[in-house]
Design a protein around this ligand. Sequence first.
Ligand SMILES: NC(=O)c1ccc[n+]([C@@H]2O[C@H](COP(=O)([O-])OP(=O)(O)OC[C@H]3O[C@@H](n4cnc5c(N)ncnc54)[C@H](OP(=O)(O)O)[C@@H]3O)[C@@H](O)[C@H]2O)c1
Length: 321
Amino acid sequence: MYAAVVRSFDSAAKYEMFETPNPDGKHEILVDVVAAGLHPRVRSQANGSHYTSKEELPLIPGIDGVGRLEDGQLVYFVAPDTSFGTFAEKSVVDLRRSVPLPEGADPVQIAAAMNPAMSSWVALCRRVEFQQGQKILILGATGNSGQMAVQIAKLLGASQVIGAGRDQERLHSLPALGADAIVSLVGEPEEVADRLGEAASEVDIVIDYLWGKPAESAMVPLLKRRSDRSRKLSWVQIGSVAGPTAAIPSVALRSANFQVIGSGQGAVSTAGYVAELPALIDAIASGKLNVNAVSFSLSKVEEMWDAPISHEQRVVFIPTK
Ligand SMILES: NC(=O)c1ccc[n+]([C@@H]2O[C@H](COP(=O)([O-])OP(=O)(O)OC[C@H]3O[C@@H](n4cnc5c(N)ncnc54)[C@H](OP(=O)(O)O)[C@@H]3O)[C@@H](O)[C@H]2O)c1
């Protein structure tokens, strides 16, 4: 079969012939891959930097996708934890990690949206005791996951959603997705932290795709302005595009009911993720979430790998295009 193949953690995946993987055990079958998204998580899998990396090469990247079963049924699936991912004509599906798509669902939209959407959906449904009417700040709201988080927070019943991000054009497009307020992250760190503190001191939950300095410097200003510091603030760490570490001032944890947790593979079990898939697929397939996808033939994988990364549209590869 043709596949995107990574032979070195330092170079792009290349489109080449590769041995077709074999299903193993009663739950696994081979499917035709219809569409698979190039998520940041796929890039970190392919350069060996993701925390789940086993450093085994060669590997076929791709962590999820839409496949077609022998009887024609389309399924969304999360790839098994092996070196054979979804950027290939065929992929192994563990049926326990797959969900049938409803009639008429667009495979490209599903492949583009599931990973970024799952980040906030699972965080809100599995990691915090989110209640309708609560207020949420999305740090890093201009990326694909952040834009989804704005929409999902609203869909699940948040009363106020504040989106914070750098890119001014995308930041100003967030109200059309449901954001009640926006905060620019452009400027001196103290100035930015102050702005965040002012706009978001009463939120119940922070969904954080940034971490690093922006998270570190925003915590205290946000807590300081809170009208009741004993009201819980849950800070959910999801991505780390601004840095892998953030120093949490001890006073932040003592002087307020402040909880820092994470949401991702490991913090939530595979079964936990799979349980959330049908409702999320329905939300995407029924058009409740705005998805920004662009598709290319998988044969273009090397070119797209090295192209400037778009935070606006999620690239989806189609093996048979
Ligand atoms: N834990 C999970 O379950 C899970 C699931 C999905 C994604 N993630 C992680 O979440 C993060 C975002 O994913 P994504 O899908 O949104 O990626 P994306 O579409 O590529 O967007 C990345 C965003 O990060 C912003 N950014 C990058 N560096 C920044 C910095 N130094 N300061 C402020 N903003 C910065 C970009 O800002 P500009 O708009 O200004 O360019 C862009 O909006 C990634 O780390 C990804 O691995 C985690």
